[in-house]
Design a protein around this ligand. Structure first.
Ligand SMILES: Nc1ncnc2c1ncn2[C@@H]1O[C@H](COP(=O)(O)OP(=O)(O)O)[C@@H](O)[C@H]1O
Ligand SMILES: [Mg+2]
Length: 284
């Protein structure tokens, strides 16, 4: 992976007229971020129907990147490419281009998909805890991964729940059913389950769309904390959510990436009229 360092170049500004792509967007900020997910010229088809057209995108490490755009524009499809969840859909595949994570082509034949999914965790729109205890929801994945030491499991349950800002709320009821938690707590449990595997990347597909505003605020605060340790990619329909919790935003329309830039730029001076029309609510 290339280090996109701008040491000694911190005052360089991105030209305001440019349609900024990832490299330019990163260069305009006083920071160093490596590319974690590198999407190059990707087409994706469901059977004969093309859902993604020529996507080029570099997602920076340990930042929050939001995917926005009207329903059906391909956000979930692209997100599911990153941990090869689309493999589970018949006739669905990347038909051109390459997706690299850690510089490795994730669709190469030698890739261990289970290993990839450990590196690239996922949280869904509807929280989906196992019908087991809070403790077991975390411990189960560890056991599957071969962890046997009870002390290690206990510790990981605690650190994962703490990492998902849930420990204080559940530490006295670890052995009660996860299904007794509120919707917001269940979603944070799913986040705890994802981080227990120590992934590099966490994909979130509309993680707050079934939550009330208070539970949503908690998940957003959590996302802010998690980017210290993880690269987060979140699909959201909520423009305020994108502005509150993401560093970068990608706007998609009809299976194409229209614009990608720092979130503040997308929401204040988008380069493309389509982006402006969408964020100002003229369609979508
Ligand atoms: N399992 C599937 N089989 C066939 N077509 C699909 C499937 N999932 C999504 N699509 C199509 O791919 C396009 C992109 O969908 P999707 O990625 O779900 O969009 P978004 O998440 O932006 O709403 C849409 O036209 C949708 O109908
Ligand atoms: Mg979707």
């Amino acid at each position: 992976m290339e280090e996109t360092s701008i040491a000694g170049n911190a005052t360089t500004k991105t030209p305001s007229s440019a349609v900024s792509l990832a490299s330019e967007a990163t260069a305009s900020s006083v920071e160093t971020a490596r590319t974690m997910v590198d999407v190059e010229r990707v087409d994706f088809c469901y059977g004969t129907s093309k859902a993604l057209h020529d996507i080029n995108l570099q997602i920076p490490e340990k930042r929050v990147t939001a995917f926005i755009g009207p329903s059906g524009c391909g956000k979930s499809t692209l997100l599911r490419c990153f941990n090869r969840m689309n493999d589970l859909i018949d006739q669905a595949k990347v038909t051109a281009g390459e997706i690299r994570i850690f510089g490795m082509n994730i669709n190469a034949s030698e890739v261990d998909v289970t290993g990839l999914r450990k590196q690239v965790g996922m949280v869904f729109q509807k929280s989906n805890p196992f019908p087991k205890s809070i403790y077991e929801n975390i411990a189960y994945g560890l056991r599957i991964a071969g962890v046997r030491d009870r002390r290690v499991i206990d510790e990981t349950v605690e650190t994962s729940l703490a990492g998902a800002a849930l420990w204080d709320e559940v530490k006295d009821r670890l052995h009660e059913s996860a299904l007794g938690l509120s919707g917001g707590q269940q979603q944070r449990l799913c986040i705890a389950r994802a981080i227990a595997c120590q992934p590099e990347i966490i994909l979130m597909d509309e993680p707050c769309s079934a939550l009330d505003p208070i539970a949503t605020a908690k998940v957003e605060e959590l996302i802010y904390l998690l980017k210290e340790r993880f690269t987060i990619i979140i699909v959201t329909h909520n423009m305020q959510q994108a502005t509150r919790c993401s560093d970068f935003t990608a706007f998609f329309y009809l299976g194409r990436l229209i614009e990608f830039d720092r979130t503040e730029k997308i929401f204040s001076h988008p380069a493309q009229k389509h982006t402006e029309d969408y964020i100002s609510g003229r369609f979508g």
